[in-house]
Design a protein around this ligand. Sequence first.
Ligand code: GDP
Ligand code: CA
Length: 324
Amino acid sequence: MRITALAGGVGGARFLRGLRDHLDTRDDLADTSLTVIGNTGDDITLFGLRVCPDLDTLVYTLGDGVHEGQGWGRADESHRVQGELAAYGAQPQWFALGDLDFGTHIIRSQWLGLGLKLSDVTERLAQRWGLPDRGVTVLPMTDDPVETHVVIEDAEGQRAVHFQEWWVRMQAAVPAQRFIAVGMDQATAAPGVLDAIRQADVILLPPSNPVVSIGIILGVPGVRDALRGSHAPVVGVSPIIGGMPVRGHADACLDAIGVESTAAGVASLYEDFLDGWLVSEDDERGVRLSRAQVRGRPLLMSDRGAAADLAGAALDLALELRNS
Ligand code: GDP
Ligand code: CA
């Protein structure tokens, strides 16, 4: 069976590692392949190096190299390089980059500089983490540079800042007026992305940020149409429980686009292609969707086992919809 998922960083990666764990317990699905289409709108160039936070979170997590507590970056990390950069007064210092993580950004930048596509680079990185052996492929949504910028207004007036500056430095405390995916008008889907959607047996939307992770991927030309036209059931998991995001500032992102921070509000963004929607058990009675089946389940990925159970529930709903 072929499963395709769209994902951002931490929420997406934890869910997908859970899915991989769950698949390992399913003899009936032994030959399943998983293709993950990752958000690259968070990408940023720092100190001359290309950094792809969501792709790296996916690869580190699925490769068992992630810092568990943070949910991003490398386990057993140190920060000597960043300390040295700080001693030179190099900016910015608000974006944490560990020493082992720097290795990834250095080799990626070198390969990109030699003319490799981001999708080729990502394949090489995933290889080092053993993903092909686990039947997992990680594809960037596009090989073209796309960066999410945020229009804000503060004491310095109205301006657009890079998504990371708003999210990490400002902690999303300054209200976002809108998001702009800079470069999207010139972008095309990376090789394999549209086929992964068209040829999937099941399509999953992990509980990733609906605006700046999934929403950006949906803006890549052809992706939304492929989802609408797909014969595979599309099942999503709400990142919002009881009106609050589990972590991060998804509510600030939803505010900016005028969508309620509820499980139903997020589902409305996927209305034209969503077939199944997992919400928390307490939210179930309040969510009525015209097209998609709604099911209440424990949505907290409090540990790896809980993430596997959640992913199993999403997969089961998709298989049910496929057979009905
Ligand atoms: P990011 O790129 O690292 O911000 O990660 P994603 O876009 O993949 O995911 C962020 C979203 O994951 C946030 O909106 C969170 O509410 C959601 N999230 C994180 N942990 C959990 C969890 O345990 N359960 C659910 N349902 N959502 C979660
Ligand atoms: Ca992200």
